[in-house]
Ligand binder design. Structure first.
Ligand code: BG6
Ligand code: MG
Length: 219
Protein backbone atom coordinates (compact mmCIF):
# COMPACT_ATOMS: atom_id res chain seq x y z
CA UNK A 1 0.00 0.00 0.00
CA UNK A 2 2.71 2.47 1.00
CA UNK A 3 4.78 1.63 -2.09
CA UNK A 4 2.08 2.70 -4.56
CA UNK A 5 1.14 6.10 -3.12
CA UNK A 6 1.61 9.18 -5.28
CA UNK A 7 0.66 11.66 -2.57
CA UNK A 8 1.06 11.68 1.22
CA UNK A 9 -1.16 13.91 3.35
CA UNK A 10 -0.06 14.46 6.93
CA UNK A 11 -2.06 15.67 9.87
CA UNK A 12 0.15 17.93 12.02
CA UNK A 13 -0.73 17.73 15.73
CA UNK A 14 0.09 14.24 17.01
CA UNK A 15 1.64 13.05 13.73
CA UNK A 16 4.51 15.46 13.02
CA UNK A 17 4.76 17.09 16.45
CA UNK A 18 3.28 16.52 19.89
CA UNK A 19 1.47 19.82 20.35
CA UNK A 20 -1.50 18.13 22.08
CA UNK A 21 0.24 18.71 25.43
CA UNK A 22 0.37 22.48 24.79
CA UNK A 23 -3.26 22.58 23.64
CA UNK A 24 -4.10 20.73 26.86
CA UNK A 25 -2.18 23.11 29.13
CA UNK A 26 -3.89 26.12 27.56
CA UNK A 27 -7.39 24.59 27.70
CA UNK A 28 -6.79 23.48 31.31
CA UNK A 29 -5.86 27.07 32.33
CA UNK A 30 -9.08 28.32 30.79
CA UNK A 31 -11.10 25.66 32.65
CA UNK A 32 -9.35 26.53 35.92
CA UNK A 33 -10.27 30.20 35.45
CA UNK A 34 -13.86 29.09 34.83
CA UNK A 35 -13.74 27.05 38.04
CA UNK A 36 -13.64 23.41 36.92
CA UNK A 37 -11.13 20.62 36.35
CA UNK A 38 -10.37 19.64 32.75
CA UNK A 39 -8.55 16.30 32.69
CA UNK A 40 -6.27 14.66 30.12
CA UNK A 41 -9.06 12.16 29.47
CA UNK A 42 -11.39 15.06 28.58
CA UNK A 43 -8.63 16.43 26.35
CA UNK A 44 -8.70 13.25 24.24
CA UNK A 45 -12.03 14.46 22.89
CA UNK A 46 -10.36 17.57 21.42
CA UNK A 47 -7.90 15.74 19.16
CA UNK A 48 -8.42 16.72 15.53
CA UNK A 49 -11.29 19.01 16.50
CA UNK A 50 -11.33 22.71 15.51
CA UNK A 51 -10.69 25.46 18.06
CA UNK A 52 -14.32 26.59 18.44
CA UNK A 53 -15.63 23.02 18.55
CA UNK A 54 -12.97 22.22 21.19
CA UNK A 55 -14.25 25.15 23.25
CA UNK A 56 -17.83 23.93 22.89
CA UNK A 57 -16.80 20.51 24.25
CA UNK A 58 -14.82 22.08 27.12
CA UNK A 59 -17.77 24.25 28.18
CA UNK A 60 -20.03 21.22 27.98
CA UNK A 61 -17.65 19.30 30.29
CA UNK A 62 -17.71 22.20 32.80
CA UNK A 63 -21.45 22.76 32.44
CA UNK A 64 -20.72 26.40 31.59
CA UNK A 65 -22.90 28.51 29.34
CA UNK A 66 -21.45 31.55 27.57
CA UNK A 67 -22.56 34.13 25.03
CA UNK A 68 -21.00 34.13 21.57
CA UNK A 69 -18.89 37.16 22.52
CA UNK A 70 -17.67 35.45 25.70
CA UNK A 71 -16.81 32.34 23.69
CA UNK A 72 -14.84 34.41 21.15
CA UNK A 73 -12.87 35.99 24.01
CA UNK A 74 -12.22 32.60 25.63
CA UNK A 75 -10.91 31.21 22.33
CA UNK A 76 -8.58 34.20 21.93
CA UNK A 77 -7.27 33.84 25.50
CA UNK A 78 -6.67 30.10 25.01
CA UNK A 79 -4.93 30.65 21.69
CA UNK A 80 -2.69 33.41 23.13
CA UNK A 81 -1.47 31.01 25.81
CA UNK A 82 -1.05 28.20 23.24
CA UNK A 83 0.95 30.50 20.94
CA UNK A 84 3.24 31.35 23.89
CA UNK A 85 4.03 27.63 24.18
CA UNK A 86 4.52 26.96 20.48
CA UNK A 87 6.67 30.09 20.08
CA UNK A 88 9.30 28.11 21.97
CA UNK A 89 8.94 24.93 19.84
CA UNK A 90 12.28 23.50 18.73
CA UNK A 91 13.08 21.25 15.73
CA UNK A 92 14.07 18.61 18.33
CA UNK A 93 10.36 18.28 19.16
CA UNK A 94 9.54 16.80 15.74
CA UNK A 95 8.21 13.32 16.52
CA UNK A 96 10.63 10.40 15.95
CA UNK A 97 11.02 9.46 12.29
CA UNK A 98 8.75 12.22 10.95
CA UNK A 99 11.43 14.33 9.24
CA UNK A 100 13.28 11.23 8.00
CA UNK A 101 10.06 9.87 6.46
CA UNK A 102 9.23 13.21 4.79
CA UNK A 103 12.72 13.35 3.28
CA UNK A 104 12.47 9.75 2.12
CA UNK A 105 9.11 10.35 0.41
CA UNK A 106 10.48 13.43 -1.35
CA UNK A 107 13.39 11.40 -2.62
CA UNK A 108 10.94 8.82 -3.99
CA UNK A 109 9.02 11.59 -5.81
CA UNK A 110 5.91 11.32 -3.61
CA UNK A 111 4.05 14.65 -3.35
CA UNK A 112 3.50 15.84 0.22
CA UNK A 113 0.70 17.93 1.74
CA UNK A 114 -0.32 18.98 5.21
CA UNK A 115 -3.99 18.43 6.11
CA UNK A 116 -4.62 20.01 9.51
CA UNK A 117 -7.47 21.73 11.37
CA UNK A 118 -5.02 24.13 13.02
CA UNK A 119 -4.86 27.84 12.21
CA UNK A 120 -1.34 27.81 13.68
CA UNK A 121 -0.04 25.17 11.25
CA UNK A 122 2.16 27.40 9.06
CA UNK A 123 3.73 28.95 12.16
CA UNK A 124 4.47 25.51 13.66
CA UNK A 125 6.05 24.19 10.43
CA UNK A 126 8.25 27.30 10.32
CA UNK A 127 9.30 26.85 13.98
CA UNK A 128 10.22 23.22 13.21
CA UNK A 129 12.14 24.26 10.07
CA UNK A 130 10.24 21.86 7.79
CA UNK A 131 7.94 24.21 5.77
CA UNK A 132 9.86 23.56 2.55
CA UNK A 133 9.24 19.80 2.75
CA UNK A 134 5.53 20.34 1.91
CA UNK A 135 4.23 20.87 -1.63
CA UNK A 136 0.89 22.13 -0.26
CA UNK A 137 -0.40 23.24 3.14
CA UNK A 138 -4.12 22.96 3.78
CA UNK A 139 -4.95 24.10 7.31
CA UNK A 140 -7.64 25.69 9.45
CA UNK A 141 -7.24 29.01 7.63
CA UNK A 142 -8.25 27.33 4.32
CA UNK A 143 -11.08 24.99 5.29
CA UNK A 144 -14.11 25.45 7.50
CA UNK A 145 -15.62 21.99 7.88
CA UNK A 146 -14.11 20.06 10.79
CA UNK A 147 -12.99 16.42 10.51
CA UNK A 148 -14.68 13.89 10.11
CA UNK A 149 -15.82 16.00 7.14
CA UNK A 150 -13.47 15.12 4.24
CA UNK A 151 -13.01 18.78 3.12
CA UNK A 152 -9.41 19.16 4.34
CA UNK A 153 -8.19 15.98 2.60
CA UNK A 154 -10.13 16.65 -0.61
CA UNK A 155 -8.54 20.12 -0.73
CA UNK A 156 -5.09 18.66 0.01
CA UNK A 157 -5.25 16.02 -2.75
CA UNK A 158 -6.58 18.64 -5.19
CA UNK A 159 -3.72 20.98 -4.24
CA UNK A 160 -1.28 18.17 -5.08
CA UNK A 161 -3.08 17.61 -8.41
CA UNK A 162 -3.87 14.00 -7.46
CA UNK A 163 -6.97 11.85 -7.07
CA UNK A 164 -7.75 11.07 -3.41
CA UNK A 165 -7.40 7.36 -4.23
CA UNK A 166 -3.73 7.99 -5.07
CA UNK A 167 -3.11 9.61 -1.67
CA UNK A 168 -2.47 8.17 1.76
CA UNK A 169 -3.52 10.14 4.84
CA UNK A 170 -1.49 9.89 8.06
CA UNK A 171 -3.69 10.61 11.11
CA UNK A 172 -3.64 10.22 14.89
CA UNK A 173 -7.30 11.09 15.56
CA UNK A 174 -10.32 8.85 15.05
CA UNK A 175 -12.19 11.73 13.38
CA UNK A 176 -9.19 12.21 11.10
CA UNK A 177 -9.23 8.54 10.03
CA UNK A 178 -12.94 8.91 9.23
CA UNK A 179 -12.29 12.13 7.27
CA UNK A 180 -9.52 10.51 5.22
CA UNK A 181 -11.68 7.53 4.34
CA UNK A 182 -14.67 9.76 3.54
CA UNK A 183 -12.40 11.63 1.10
CA UNK A 184 -11.58 8.34 -0.66
CA UNK A 185 -7.97 8.16 0.55
CA UNK A 186 -6.31 5.20 2.20
CA UNK A 187 -5.42 5.96 5.81
CA UNK A 188 -2.50 5.08 8.07
CA UNK A 189 -3.40 5.53 11.74
CA UNK A 190 -0.60 6.77 13.99
CA UNK A 191 -1.21 5.55 17.53
CA UNK A 192 -3.27 2.82 19.13
CA UNK A 193 -5.17 0.16 17.11
CA UNK A 194 -7.85 0.27 19.84
CA UNK A 195 -8.75 3.83 18.77
CA UNK A 196 -7.69 3.82 15.11
CA UNK A 197 -8.78 0.30 14.16
CA UNK A 198 -10.79 1.55 11.16
CA UNK A 199 -7.59 2.68 9.40
CA UNK A 200 -6.07 0.58 6.60
CA UNK A 201 -2.88 0.23 8.65
CA UNK A 202 -1.99 1.33 12.18
CA UNK A 203 1.56 2.04 13.37
CA UNK A 204 2.88 3.52 16.60
CA UNK A 205 4.78 6.33 14.87
CA UNK A 206 6.28 7.42 11.56
CA UNK A 207 9.61 5.98 12.75
CA UNK A 208 8.14 2.54 12.01
CA UNK A 209 7.76 3.46 8.33
CA UNK A 210 11.22 4.66 7.38
CA UNK A 211 13.24 2.30 5.19
CA UNK A 212 15.84 2.08 7.93
CA UNK A 213 13.40 0.69 10.49
CA UNK A 214 11.67 -1.58 7.95
CA UNK A 215 15.10 -2.99 7.02
CA UNK A 216 15.94 -3.39 10.69
CA UNK A 217 12.74 -5.24 11.53
CA UNK A 218 13.00 -7.57 8.54
CA UNK A 219 16.58 -8.56 9.49
C1 BG6 B 1 -5.91 20.11 15.49
C2 BG6 B 1 -5.73 19.63 16.92
O1 BG6 B 1 -4.82 19.71 14.73
O2 BG6 B 1 -6.01 21.53 15.46
C3 BG6 B 1 -6.87 20.14 17.79
O3 BG6 B 1 -5.69 18.22 16.95
C4 BG6 B 1 -6.94 21.66 17.67
O4 BG6 B 1 -6.65 19.74 19.13
C5 BG6 B 1 -7.10 22.07 16.21
O5 BG6 B 1 -8.05 22.16 18.43
C6 BG6 B 1 -7.17 23.57 16.01
O6 BG6 B 1 -5.93 24.14 16.33
P1 BG6 B 1 -5.67 25.70 16.44
O7 BG6 B 1 -4.15 25.77 16.47
O8 BG6 B 1 -6.24 26.36 15.23
O9 BG6 B 1 -6.31 26.18 17.70
MG1 MG C 1 -3.86 15.15 15.03
Amino acid sequence: MLQTMKGAIFDLDGVIVDTAKYHYLAWRSLAQRLGFEFTEAHNERLKGVSRMESLRILLEVGGVTATEEERENMAVTKNDEYVDYISKLEPTEILPGAKEYLLELRERGVKIALGSASKNAAFILARLGISDLFDAVIDGTKVSKAKPDPEVFLAASAALGLAPSDCIVFEDAETGVQAGQAAGCRVVGIGSPAILGAADLVVGGLDELTTQSITKTSN
